[in-house]
Write a protein that binds this ligand. Structure first.
Ligand code: UDX
Length: 465
C-alpha cells in the first residue's frame, strides 16, 4: 500500500511491544510510517532487533524482517527516546487485572509520567491499550502534573493532548485484523488531533468513527463484554440443550441465520479465556459497580463462563466413573487455536482440576507447550508433554479436546482407536462430527450436543403443563 503522502506522514512511536503493540508497530511500518517501538523488557527488545518475534502470531515473523529491512523501524528499550522521537505516541502497555477485577493501570501511569518528563514539542498521546472509561482524564492530569514547567508554561511547542483509539486485534489474526479492520474508532477532542489521526489512518478503507475520548474508551469494553455475553449465552443454551436433548450447534446455526444475531461467537465449548475477555469483563463490571450501577447481566456472563470448566470435568467423571489414576489424552493448552497464549486459558483450568482428581495427563498443543511448561512443569507419570497427538493418545482412557486448533478437526480416528486404551472422546470445542466419531467406534461426548445422552426429567410442575 504505497502512499503519495509519505512525505508528511507523522512520526509514530509505539510504547509497549506486546500482542497489541508489536503488530501495530510493524503494521504502520508496512504502511510507510517511520516508527519507534519501545519496550522496557530488554530481552524482548533484543529478540525483536534480532528479527525474532517474542510470541507466536501468524505472519508476524515475516513482517518484522521486512520492517527491519525497510529502515523505518527503530526498536529501543528507551521510552524517553521513543517519546522524544514520535509525534503520535500509541500507548500499548499492559493493563492486567487486580484481585478485585479492577484494571491495573500502573504501567499506563508510569508511561504518562515518562512522556510528561520528555515533552519536546507537540505530542498526541493515543490510548491503544484497553482501559476503563475516563482513563485519559487521569493520564492528562498526571502529565500536567509531571511536565517540566519549562516545557509547559507558555511554550506552545510542548502542548500535548490525549486521544483514544482502541484496537480490536484478535490473537492469531492480528495482522489480518490490523490491515483489514471492521472499523476504526477514534476518540479525539481537537481538530489538530483529528487531522493527525486522519493522516495516520488514511490508508484504511473501513468506516472510521470519530467520537469523544470517553466514548471511544468505553466502546472497547462494551464490545468485548458483548462478545463475552454472546459466548456465555450460547454456553447457557448448551446446558439447556443437554437437559432436553437438543444440539447446540444446530441451535447456533438457526439463530445465526438471523443477521440481527449473526453466527459468529456462538460456538459453545469450554468457555472464553485469553488476556482480554475475562479481564475486560471484570474491569467493566468494576467500572459500573464503582459508580453504584447494577451489572448483574455481566456478572452472570462471568459466572456461566467459570462453570464451563466444572461442566467438562463432570463429563470426564461421567464417562470414566473413576478418574483417579486414569491416563487421559488432552489436546489443546492455548486459550484458543492460532496462538501460543495460555493466559486465562480454560484448558489450563481443566487440567488443574483433573490433576487434582488424580488423573495422569498426556498433553499436546501445536504452539503453547513451551509457555505451559513454565507454569506447569512436567511431572513424570502425572503430566507429560507430548510432541504428537499419537504420543498423547497412546494408552489413554479418554481423549479431551480443549482448544480449537484446526488440526484437531482432522484427527485420524482409526489410528487413535488403535492407540487408546478405551475409545472415548470428550469434545470440549464441538470440533468433530458426533456421527462419524461414533461410527468409528468411539463414545462421543460434546458440549450441548449429546442427543444420545440420558434426558434430565422435567420437574413436576413443567411435566404438569
Ligand atoms: C478478543 C477480541 O475478539 C478482540 O477484538 C480484542 O481486541 C481482544 O480480545 P482474543 O482475545 O484474541 O480477541 O480472542 P477471541 O478470538 O475473541 O476469543 C476469545 C475467547 O472466546 C477464546 O477463548 C475463544 O476460544 C472463545 N470463544 C470465541 C468461544 O468460546 N466461542 C466463540 O464462539 C468464540
Amino acid at each position: 500500500m504505497s502512499d503519495p503522502h509519505a512525505a508528511e506522514k507523522p512520526k509514530l512511536s509505539v510504547l509497549g511491544l506486546g500482542h497489541v503493540g508489536l503488530p501495530t508497530a510493524l503494521g504502520f511500518v508496512e504502511l510507510g510510517f517511520e516508527v519507534t517501538g519501545c519496550d522496557d523488557d530488554t530481552s524482548k527488545v533484543a529478540m525483536i532487533r534480532a528479527g525474532q518475534t517474542p510470541f507466536y502470531e501468524p505472519g508476524l515473523d515475516a513482517l518484522l524482517k521486512r520492517a527491519l529491512a525497510s529502515g523505518r523501524l527503530t526498536v529501543t528499550e528507551s521510552v524517553e527516546q521513543a517519546v522524544r522521537t514520535g509525534t503520535v505516541l500509541f500507548v500499548c502497555v499492559g493493563t492486567p487485572q487486580k484481585e478485585n477485577g479492577e484494571a491495573d493501570l500502573g504501567q499506563v501511569e508510569a508511561i504518562a509520567r515518562t512522556i510528561a518528563r520528555n515533552l519536546n514539542g507537540y505530542k498526541l498521546v493515543v490510548e491503544k491499550s484497553t482501559v476503563p472509561a475516563v482513563t485519559a482524564q487521569w493520564i492528562s492530569k498526571t502529565m500536567a502534573r509531571f511536565a517540566k514547567p519549562s516545557n509547559i508554561s507558555g511554550n506552545p511547542a510542548a502542548e500535548f493532548e490525549l486521544a483514544s483509539n482502541p484496537e480490536f486485534l484478535q490473537e492469531g489474526k492480528a495482522l489480518e485484523n490490523f490491515f483489514n479492520p471492521d472499523r476504526i474508532i477514534i476518540g479525539v477532542e481537537s481538530e489538530r488531533g483529528r487531522a493527525l489521526l486522519e493522516q495516520v489512518y488514511r490508508p484504511f478503507k473501513c468506516p472510521i468513527l470519530f467520537t469523544t475520548v470517553c466514548t471511544a474508551e468505553l466502546t472497547k469494553h462494551a464490545a468485548n463484554a458483548f462478545l463475552s455475553t454472546k459466548i456465555s449465552f450460547i454456553n447457557m443454551v448448551a446446558e439447556i440443550c443437554e437437559a432436553v436433548g437438543a444440539d447446540v450447534t444446530e441451535v447456533a446455526k438457526g439463530m445465526g441465520l438471523d443477521p440481527r444475531i449473526g453466527r459468529e461467537f456462538l460456538n459453545a465449548g469450554v468457555g472464553f479465556g485469553g488476556y482480554c475477555f475475562p479481564k475486560d469483563l471484570r474491569a467493566f463490571i468494576h467500572l459500573a459497580h464503582e459508580r453504584g450501577l447494577d451489572c448483574g447481566l455481566l456478572c452472570e456472563v462471568d459466572k456461566i463462563n467459570r462453570r464451563r470448566v466444572e461442566i467438562i470435568v463432570k463429563k470426564v467423571r461421567r464417562a470414566l466413573w473413576v478418574v483417579q489414576g486414569k491416563k487421559l489424552c488432552v489436546l489443546g493448552l492455548a486459550f484458543k487455536g492460532g496462538t501460543d497464549d495460555i493466559r486465562e486459558s480454560p484448558a489450563l483450568n481443566v487440567i488443574t482440576d483433573l490433576l487434582k482428581e488424580g488423573a495422569c495427563l498426556q498433553v499436546h498443543d501445536p504452539q503453547a507447550m513451551e509457555a505451559c511448561q513454565k507454569e506447569h512443569p512436567a511431572q513424570p507419570g502425572r503430566l507429560e508433554y507430548c510432541s504428537s497427538v499419537d504420543e498423547a493418545a497412546r494408552g489413554a482412557e479418554a481423549l479431551l479436546i480443549l482448544t480449537d486448533w484446526e488440526e484437531y478437526r482432522r484427527l485420524d480416528l482409526k489410528r487413535l482407536k488403535e492407540l487408546m486404551e478405551s475409545p472415548i472422546i470428550i469434545d470440549g470445542r464441538n470440533l468433530l462430527d458426533p456421527e462419524s466419531v461414533r461410527s468409528a467406534g468411539f463414545e462421543y461426548v460434546g458440549m450441548g450436543r449429546d442427543a444420545g445422552a440420558k434426558r434430565r426429567p422435567a420437574t413436576a410442575e413443567s411435566a404438569a403443563q
